[in-house]
Structures are given as C-alpha cells and as structure tokens.
Design a protein around this ligand. Structure first.
Ligand code: SF4
Length: 392
C-alpha cells in the first residue's frame, strides 16, 4: 500500500517510547494513508512506498539521530520529502536546514501549517503562503500559533496507524492526554517555560484545553481497554491558585471514577484534600512532587514537614505511590532523598537534573551566530546522550 505520510520517531533512550503529545493529533488531522513507526522499524520496502516522512526533533538529544535517519531515508528513496518539527528543530532551524538532508522544517506550533504543507506537497500546490515553514528555498512568516478550538479538538486517541506505539502503552508507560501548552513558570532549561514558549511558539499566554475535552479523552482511554495508564501534564490545582482556571474546571475532571492508572505531577505541594480528590478518582495513582518549589523553577526547597505529611498520607492509600523529584547533585537533596527512600515504602526519589537542559537563552532564533554555537554544543551532546535516573 502507498503511504502518503510516514511518521518516524527517533529513539536514543529507554524513555523513547514517548512521542511528543502533539504528533498524534497532527497525523490524525491529515485524513490520508498514514503510518507511524519507531526508527528501528524502518525498512527499504516501507520507504519505497512512502511519499513524505515526518519526524519530530523535540529534545536536542535526538539531533544526531535525525541527521543519520534523514541521510538513510534519502539514500534509499531520493524522492521522499522529509519534514521535521518540534522545539529543537525550531530553535536550530536555520542551521539544520543548511546541513541536514531535510526538506522542510515546521517551526513553532504545527497544527495548521503541517497539514497544509503535507497536502500541498502531495497535490503539487504552492507552499509559500503557508506560515511557519522553512526550506532551503523559502522562509515563510512565523505567524501561526495553535488556537483554542484547534487544541480542544485534537484527536490524540486514534492510534491504529502506529501499532508499536499503541502496544508500548502499559503500566509505567502512560499515554499522554493533551491538557495545556505553556507554563506559568519560566524555567530556562524547559521548552515549556513562559519565555521559551514566547520565542518558540509565539505564545503569549497559556493555552488550556477545556475540561470536557479532557474528560472525554480519559473516558475514551478507559473504553479502549488497551490503554491502562494515562499522564496529564500540568497541575490544575496550581493553575487555580493563580486564577487561570476555577474550581469548577477541576471538579469536572476529578469528580468521577476512572478504571485507569494515572500519573500526575503537582507543581507545588498539594493539600491533603487535593491529594485525596485525585487519588479517589483512579484505580491507581503515581503522584509526583518536587523537593523544590514551582516544579523546579526555583531552587527554594519546599517545607520538609509538609513533604513528610504528604508522604505519610500517601503511605496509607492502597492505590497510590509517590515520586519525589529533585536535583540529586545537590547535597541536601541527596540526604533528603536517602531519608525518604529508607524510611518509607512506596516512595521513589528521582533525579531530574538531567532534564535541566540549557535551552534557548543561549540560542535565540534571531541570532545566527549563537544558533551555530548552540547547535555545535547540542549536536556533540546528542552523540553521547543517555538518560539515567536515580540516586547513586
Ligand atoms: S519545568 Fe515545569 S514549571 Fe518549569 S517551565 Fe517546565 S513545566 Fe513549567
């Protein structure tokens, strides 16, 4: 069968079953013959029947892999058009387009530009009016960001076109439900941070999906039967503290029972009432809190007495487990980590320092020289990248 668009997800770490949340919706929006594979599933046969390959370059640690994949794909079938997108692809677009065997980069948000680009390429229509596109020949205006309606109506649950992803979803490998884009906080190392979002996606404020759509997605996961665990990114209780949503929003999501496992991170320490509310909705919960305030934005430690109370509460819950995140290079955190691990069952302490990637503050899309330097740093790191967790 002829494949109009083949999505290839690059893999370099043990966590690479995860594909960026937006990709599934983008592929589902095409209404064409589509297929999704991990890079190790690529075959000559598949490439000879493919017209367009789409790949994500989200984290910089996939840079080297994307370069290798692009040249492999072109060496097998020169006619294939290769499109990449994602945060790293956006930041380093001006460098990548000149040296990788890539035809198009969709910068920033992709919902409308990706769909139009794929269709126009397949039907030989011009692409110079599509926003957010970079090729060796053209650079269109980066003027598009996803609208609320587009975000609400994302289909992130039709997965039959990517069977190996669907098969990889299990307990501890959750499926991500889209909830928000952007963040209240501004961690320089996180692509979701306020200023990084402004630079990468031209997003001035948070994009929050309406709760009805989130509930609908959770219920569909439940019905599906194959999806056993889901991950919701973003702390609704924290958003409520900052008046970004009200309690009725939270109630719409956390006031019913779901026959699913649930992974959720609180950006600031929850109250016992909030914990109880979440835990009571799901068959089983893995809940994340951080040693630091604001999901790691600050290096101010949270109140350890409050953390202990949370730990002790979760200990009593049959269906909940707690993960505490922190930068284990820091001595006090290391000691607290060991204390919690040794003292309490069902508590895991994870090292999240490796997520602290030096992103766009050194890497302005407007500054070509910085871009080239940053590309070199990221590219060299991507050659040796290996993601590991845990206390030594
Ligand atoms: S690390 Fe967490 S708090 Fe910081 S910007 Fe990213 S999502 Fe927001």
């Amino acid at each position: 069968m002829q494949i109009d668009t083949l999505y290839v997800h690059p893999t370099v770490t043990k966590d690479d079953y995860i594909i960026p949340m937006g990709v599934i919706g983008l592929m589902n929006s095409l209404n064409l013959n589509i297929k999704g594979i991990y890079d190790y599933e690529l075959s000559k046969e598949l490439l000879l029947s493919t017209k367009i390959v789409a790949m994500d370059l989200h984290g910089y640690f996939h840079l080297k892999k994307i370069e290798e994949l692009a040249s492999k794909i072109k060496s097998i079938n020169k006619k294939i058009k290769i499109i990449i997108g994602g945060y790293t692809a956006t930041i380093l677009s001006s460098v990548i387009i000149g040296i990788f065997d890539i035809d198009y980069i969709v910068v920033g948000d992709s919902e409308r530009p990706f769909k139009e680009l794929v269709h126009n390429l397949l039907f030989n229509r011009p692409i110079d009016k599509i926003p957010n596109i970079i090729s060796r020949r053209i650079k269109t205006q980066h003027s598009y960001s996803t609208t609320k309606d587009e975000f609400n109506s994302i289909d992130s649950l039709s997965l039959d076109w990517f069977p190996s992803y669907k098969n990889s979803i299990k307990i501890n490998n959750p499926h991500f439900i889209p909830t928000l884009r952007g963040c209240l906080y501004d961690c320089a190392w996180c692509y979701g941070g306020k200023n990084n979002q402004l630079e990468i996606c031209r997003r001035k404020q948070l994009l929050i999906r309406d709760p009805e759509f989130i509930v609908n997605d959770i219920l569909k996961c439940e019905e599906d039967g194959k999806i056993q665990e889901i991950f919701i990114m973003g702390d609704f209780f924290d958003l409520q503290r900052f008046n970004k949503i009200d309690f009725s929003y939270i109630k719409k999501i956390f006031s019913r029972k779901y026959n699913l496992h649930f992974y959720y991170e609180f950006y600031n320490l929850p109250s016992i009432k909030e914990l109880r509310m979440v835990i009571s909705c799901f068959k089983k919960c893995t809940l994340g809190i951080s040693f630091f305030k604001n999901h790691g934005q600050s290096f101010h430690l949270n109140d350890m007495e409050k953390i202990k109370k949370i730990v002790e509460f979760v200990q009593k819950m049959e269906n909940a487990k707690l993960i505490i995140l922190g930068d284990m290079r820091m001595q006090p955190i290391k000691d607290y980590g060991k204390f919690f691990i040794n003292r309490y069952r069902n508590v895991e302490v994870k090292n999240d320092c490796l997520w602290r990637m030096p992103v766009p503050q050194y890497c302005s899309v407007k500054n070509k020289k910085d871009n080239q330097n940053q590309f070199k740093v990221f590219y060299n790191m991507s050659k040796v990248w290996k993601l590991e967790y845990g206390l030594d």
